[in-house]
Design a protein around this ligand. Structure first.
Ligand SMILES: *Cc1c(COP(=O)(O)O)cnc(C)c1O
Length: 392
């Protein structure tokens, strides 16, 4: 792959990582095999000693999964990628591979709900503590760092309010204070944002979302340098086994081939929807980084090449009015999933953020009238008509 260094993202998404077999297949093959055979006893011994590279067992490596890993690494601009069985196991593998008892994490408060449970319920008993800070408050990040802080963790744009983290500023802070900056890039994907280029050390994906993009498979990935990901995270994965199946890797490979086109279309639809919502008299507020009214529009423009497919908005009239909008839809799916060709609508206060107390919700900006739409690839006029019914 001599030319790969010069290829643009769209080309890498279609071509990077493919190695043809003797059959000269055009599309990437799926290798449904748990183990591999050796030519001789000596070769088996050399493979097991690690003196000779090559396949041993599919908990460690699989050719289809490797193609996905190499393609995603090329897109994110990272040395190494490790594919995992889910986005959550990507986060778990990163923590298990890189942290030890006594370490401390500083995390954005606005992260995926299961990540909070992983940190608070499952890492804490191993004496890994987490301090939560507001995503956009740089001084709070700085103050929360202790001598034993090993990791800064965030998602940007945040869910559901689409707040933007200043990745270069947090990367400088992490470097100054000797910790790692870990960015969950599930909302933007490499088609819209390259955290490693902005100074982050590790990128995490839930491939379940936009990388598949069609709601078929659960999977994840970790991207970064050889030492952190190729040794640290991979070492945990090959031992503990939250490995991605080759079939799911193949689905994600096909997803990557259309990622750039799909993300552009998601962004176009989302901007159109956000602009329409902003002009509607029964809408109090719209949260979308592509709107000039978004507090961090300039930062989003500087660090992302598109504004993403997630739009949140506050309906006048609180929960009752918001539920009416949800229940009046005939096209949008009422589900908390996102990153699909199919548009989805969620009422965060009673679903994804339902466990929070009223004060915690108020502090997190989860108003009773707030709705989140993951804008899919249907015709935008149909989506607007579907929301208009409950709003008018
Ligand atoms: C969905 C999601 C996850 C978890 O991924 P799974 O594939 O469901 O395990 C993590 N982070 C973000 C931002 C997500 O949206």
């Amino acid at each position: 792959m001599a030319d790969q260094d010069d290829w643009a993202l769209e080309t890498l998404a279609i071509r990077a990582g493919q190695v043809r077999t003797a059959e000269m297949e055009h599309s990437e093959p799926i290798f449904p095999t748990s183990s591999y055979v050796f030519e001789t006893a000596a070769q088996a011994a050399a493979r097991f000693r690690g003196d000779e590279p090559g396949n041993i067992y599919s908990r460690f490596t699989n050719p289809t999964t490797r193609t996905f890993e190499q393609r995603l690494a090329a897109l994110e601009g990272g040395e190494c990628c490790v594919a995992t069985s889910s986005g959550m196991s990507a986060i778990l593998s990163t923590c298990m591979g890189l942290l030890k008892s006594g370490d401390h994490i500083v995390s954005s408060r606005a992260i995926f709900g299961s990540t909070v449970i992983l940190f608070n319920k499952y890492l804490k008993p191993f004496d890994v503590e987490v301090t939560y800070v507001p995503l956009t408050d740089l001084a709070a990040w700085e103050q929360a760092i202790r001598p034993e802080t090993r990791m800064l963790f965030l998602e940007t744009p945040s869910n559901p309010l689409t707040e933007i983290a200043d990745i270069p500023a947090l990367a400088r802070l992490a470097k100054d204070r000797g910790c790692l900056l870990v960015v969950d890039n599930a909302f933007c994907t490499p088609a819209l944002q390259l955290p490693l280029k902005l100074g982050a050390d590790i990128v995490i994906h839930s491939a379940t979302k936009y990388i598949d993009g069609q709601g078929r498979c659960v999977g994840g990935a970790v991207v970064g340098n050889r030492e952190l990901v190729g040794e640290g995270v991979y070492g945990f994965l090959r031992t503990a086994g939250p490995t991605l199946s080759p079939f799911n890797a193949w689905v994600f490979l096909k997803g990557l081939e259309t990622l750039s086109l799909r993300m552009k279309a998601h962004c176009d639809n989302a901007l159109r929807l956000a602009q329409w919502l902003e002009s509607h008299p029964n809408i109090e507020r719209v949260h979308y980084p592509g709107l000039e009214s978004h507090r961090q529009h300039a930062l989003a423009r500087a660090q992302q090449s598109g504004y993403g497919g997630i739009v949140a908005f506050e309906v006048r009239g609180g929960q009752e009015a918001a539920w009416k909008v949800v229940d009046s839809t005939r096209l949008l799916s009422i589900t908390a999933n996102l990153g699909d060709t199919k548009s989805t609508i969620t009422h965060p206060a009673t679903t994804t953020h339902g466990r929070l107390s009223d004060e915690e919700k108020a502090e997190a900006g989860i108003a009773p009238g707030l709705l989140r739409v993951s804008v899919g690839l249907e015709n935008i006029d149909d989506l607007i008509a579907d929301l208009q019914r409950g709003l008018d």
